[in-house]
Write a new protein. Sequence first.
Lengths: 502, 469
Amino acid sequence: MRHLKNLLFPYVMVFALGLVLSPVGAAELWFGAATADITPNPPVPLTGNSSVRIARDIESRLTANVLALESHEGSRVVDQAIMVSCDLCVIRPGIQEGFRKHLAGRLPGFDLNKLFLAATHTHAAPVIQQDRYDEKDYGDALQPKEYVPWLYERMAQAVVKAWKGRAKGAVAWGLGHAVTSHNRRMVYADGTAKMYGTVNTPEFRGIEGYEDHGVHVLCFYDSQKRLKAAAITMATTAQAAGGNKVSSDFWDDARRLIRERHGKDVCVLGFCAAAGDQTPRAHVNKRSEDRMCKLRDLTYGKEIGRRVAAAFDDEAGVIAKDIRADVPFIHRAKQIELPARIITEAEYAVAKKACEEIDSRKTRQKTDAWARHFYGLVVERYLAQQKGGWKTCAMELHVLRLGDVAIATNPFELFVDYGVQIQARSPAVQTFLIQLAASGPLPAYYVPTPRAMAGGSLNEKLFTNYSATASHNIVGSEGAQVLVEQTVAEIKDLWKPSAKQP
Amino acid sequence: MKTRMVLPFIAALAVATASAAELRIGAATINITPDKPVALDGQFNTRISRGVDNPLTATAVAIEAREGDRCVDQAILLSADIVVFRQPIPGPLRERLRAKLPEFDARKLVMTATHTHTSACTDKGSYDIPKDGVMQPAEYAAFLVERLVEVCTRAWTQRKPGGVSWGLGHAVVGHNRRAVYADGTAKMYGATDDPKFRGIEGGEDHGLELLFFWDKQKKLLATGINVECPSQEVEGRSTINADFWHDVREQLKGMFVLGWPGACGDLSPHRMYRKAAEERMLKLRGLTCTQDIGRRISREVKDVCELTKRDIHTDVPFAHKVEDLALPVRKVTEKEVAEAQKEIEALKKKDDKSSRGAWFQRTIDRFQTQDKEPTFTVEVHVLRIGDIAIATNPFELFHDYGTQMKARSKAEQTFVIELTGGWGRYLPTTRAVAGGGYSAVVQSSMIGPEGGQGLVDRTVEMINAMWPK
């Protein structure tokens, strides 16, 4: 059992300081942007799958893209933020806090609590935490303990550059559309659901949930109205490409095409909105999509990049008619507590048995370390819950207002329905959601809906109803609803007239 | 679940699996706008048109596959800006075509409605329509049949050797319109800013299935656009309007367009959330919503058209099967009858003049006859053209059923076209029936999930029979 109180203590202290109310009145907007190359030299152990893959080649470079924001009223700083979009799978527990420590003293005048990291969710990025794979499988590949300090320093240099380079600018925002991903949970006649399940079977009844194809764009311009940075969020994880090479997935093509068309120095931050059940993989129309890719002479990953860039092109010209330099800007970062998913006795029994079986094996299987990690976590959580622990899950929530736009983060793979709820109830004209962001000291994983949880229970096959069972949910639908309520309340608070007063 | 074929139509020239043959193609379009005020179709309330925003049209593409002098198979694909193809249109239209085009098998006429709710009513019993100064439904129906015969005839007689190409594009047009709440209920167009709102019931398909028809000189004759969205963005107006298909056609000037709604019983162009952001973007673009939909669709059509121009086929397998499929009716329960009676009483008290009372009354009538008439027969067309399949049904078919058909089809690309060959009302899914609300309640549907599954299974069988095992 982890010592939760010890782990959370520094966060609670830090965020208590961050809860000071900021003013939301219109102010001069300053921004800076920078990019860091965070590609390690191969061989590199790749994360995201149930066994480690060793990449010996680089398909495309990994980057961290930084946007620093500050608003000024005369000489007074009104509020600030630093967002870092990273071509990583997940910001693993403790990584953000470690990075903040690494930055300590290097950003004079900046409250480090107002920095957050977010992952694009590429499954072709290095392992950054040694907790789920067997070290014996790494061979001569880079170890997380070697990569992470190097990653910190690379990102730190970009953050410092963005922060120090901030200058007076302006912002514009817009909503476009691109079909870049699909709901990946198939439902069958017997009521079960399966991620990436077969669709050409008579028992297939449909796709479980909704799909969100919105492409939210924030563009930042210098004083000459030249585009310098763009943040894009959409309900699409960067996992179109697959393979065993280091890759930033479709973001590499999207960024390249945007820079070719809008300026070679444009810094593009790719964010992922609520997309726990949505990925860039074709299911129902797969053969047709494959044929179209062939006609275009593109891989599916590159095709997704093309669509993202096309949506950006389509929006950028339109929103350039409405560039604003004096928008309200406010950023709140706080710690919230969500009810954790409670492990049932049956789930505990399944997990315990699975752990015992794995532990007793004489011949180690490829996915054993990964499976042992997740079943073990179920056992650990059950035992803790029996003693009154792990009943809640603490998370760091960032909510920003920038003009008519709200930005809200969460550290999960949050199912689309929750993102729809937040957007539907938000008073902002447009609401940007960023998942896999601002991860704290605990793992976050998927946050499923009630209908997903009804699709199957934890059993001896870890992929049964994968993404919606106790093994991969620290927070269930009850906690998710609290997340929605708290996020909506925080956003609403930023739109209250009283929020304008310092 | 039992489904049976009541009138198995076995065309003498049809083949189970299709062989390659030379294609002959003709295309034509015609204006079907009434020249007088009409009752507009599609809503409960009577609306008499107060002018014409833009023209209603019908487009026909005739296809014949020939091996030398032998006709292998044939079809006329007809799409019209009307709500639904209900009687008195299909029967008289086919009769007239039989007389006028004896070499064409009138059963192979594929009639699709775009579902615009701002087109003329063809059914005399639906609304309380003033007698003076308004074109009556029967008069419009006669006019419409005349025009449809003309456009089909022109397309058929103009057919010449040509080719087809097909492709998949994407445009975000239709949105699932059923909001689900914490208590498990669902509501079409329900509020999403309600704290009890939990999500959207079903999915959406933003794939644009595109079929291009070319002449021998590779000049584009017509395009079939299968979009999972009925054309009802401006459905509440009291002016004649072809809805977003008008804007598609405007932005694809010179192209004959067959507007084909996909399986979209639970979808419409109305936004369920992010309305403010969408409205702002429209304002910045200086476009109306239908113009923007036209922009999204036409942009993709042009893009895919250019790409697939490299892959035009003139001698593809072509087959067309038609079946009359008897599906089990959705049984009305005694509780539903009692509820319907209660609603009728309440409407009478309010002196309601809309067609809501009749809507409830039909449910009561069904209860009386459902044991004697346990099935409802619908016309289903399945075509194979090269590597694509086209499957039609007369319902407002919920998205999930279309997804199943596409997923289980052996075709490389499958076009599912609803509101074709009649009108079967909504066909909701199991989850929709559980949630209730308009479009899923018994008043809205003749066929329930059991019949829906029967439709899917038989359609898939028909498609897959056209491909090698």
